[in-house]
Ligand binder design. Structure first.
Ligand SMILES: [Zn+2]
Ligand SMILES: [Zn+2]
Length: 335
């Protein structure tokens, strides 16, 4: 191993640089991971522009990733050299009220990998051993980084326990989260799964992954039991609440602009006893997603539409902004 590595660094003013820097050394209870692949997500796009609240600059982005443990710090016992691992990027304090209640995603001192500490758009990354999970066979470099967004869907399922089997599910937005929600709904035995998505390519992908029907959103869908809002677009949120049937649940996973408000029909909430449920990132769902992924791997692999090398990170970001791509990955070895 040489002692320097390539890493992407962003400044929060849309500046992206590829630098050579020393390979970090794992401190006490930390591990050094050789990164195999990293997914680019909406958070990264906001981080690059400086519009993500937790960003601390300059920083190496990358929070959806998997790789191989290549060194462990003193006192680290959870993994050894050569282990294939995924990482829950939300390093939480473990001491605040929300951490004590098991709601890690609400931690008041969250220190996310790839946001406020250096992430995986590099050849190597150091993380606390408390956030690594060994990946079982059947999880390769393509689906390894999808475990993190899958955790977000698993958390949404945790927020709606027992509701999915036999349910009529509508998913608004066929980006990576929406498509993973389709795959999970199928696995959990949902009845009918309909995707609402304006882009034809994504509608086709949704059908490939397991949706029964795909709509461009021009007409309403009726009697939905679970409406998964995974787009963050105000129109989709309004439609999702309109389409719910009796005892319907709207699961808000999409990140809307904080200033946006949408109309809601209070009579429908009353008459049909509707529930509106927020689902914010992954909380403690990462290990459950690791367990679920082998059963989903073949179904969800087409979600990864583009693979770039670390050198081409700026191009990867451009692709991630395009509706023709879904999940864009960056790989140090793809050069
Ligand atoms: Zn992400
Ligand atoms: Zn906390």
């Amino acid at each position: 191993m040489t002692d320097t590595m390539r890493a992407v660094v962003v400044d929060g003013r849309s500046g992206i640089a590829l630098v050579d820097k020393p390979i970090p050394e794992p401190g006490p209870e930390q591990v050094l991971i050789q990164v195999e692949a990293t997914g680019v997500c909406g958070t990264d796009l906001h981080l690059i522009e400086g519009s993500y609240p937790h960003g601390r600059y300059p920083v190496t982005p990358g929070h959806e990733f998997s790789g191989i443990v290549v060194a462990v710090g003193s006192g680290a016992t959870r993994a050894g050299d050569g282990d294939h691992v995924g990482v829950d990027p939300n390093v939480n304090c473990g001491a605040c009220r929300w951490c004590r209640e098991g709601a890690k995603n609400m931690c008041t001192a969250l220190d996310p990998v790839g946001v406020s500490i250096d992430g995986s758009c590099a050849e190597f990354v150091v993380v606390p051993e408390s956030v690594i999970y060994r990946l079982p066979g059947g999880i390769d470099a393509t689906v390894g980084p999808l475990v993190e967004p899958l955790s977000c869907v698993v958390h949404a399922v945790e927020r709606t326990p027992g509701a999915w089997e036999g349910a009529s599910v509508a998913v608004y937005g066929a980006g990576s989260i929406g498509l993973l929600a389709v795959a999970v709904a199928r696995l959990l035995g949902a009845g009918t799964i309909t995707v609402v998505e304006p882009h034809e390519v994504r509608r086709q992908l949704a059908l490939t992954i397991g949706a029964d029907a795909a709509s461009d959103g021009s007409g309403p869908i009726r009697e939905v039991d679970i409406a998964v809002e995974a787009s963050g677009h105000p129109a989709a949120i309004a439609n999702a609440s309109r389409d719910l049937g009796i005892h319907g649940r709207l699961v808000q996973m999409g990140v809307a602009n904080p200033d946006v408000e949408v109309g809601l029909n209070p009579y429908a909430v009353f008459a049909k006893e509707l529930s509106i449920i927020g689902s914010n990132s992954l909380a403690g769902a990462y290990p459950a997603a690791v367990e679920m992924m082998p059963a989903l791997a073949d179904r969800v692999r087409p979600i990864v539409t583009d693979i770039f090398s670390l050198e081409d990170y700026a191009q990867a970001v451009e692709a991630a902004r395009s509706p023709h791509s879904v999940k864009v990955q960056v790989r140090p070895a793809a050069h």
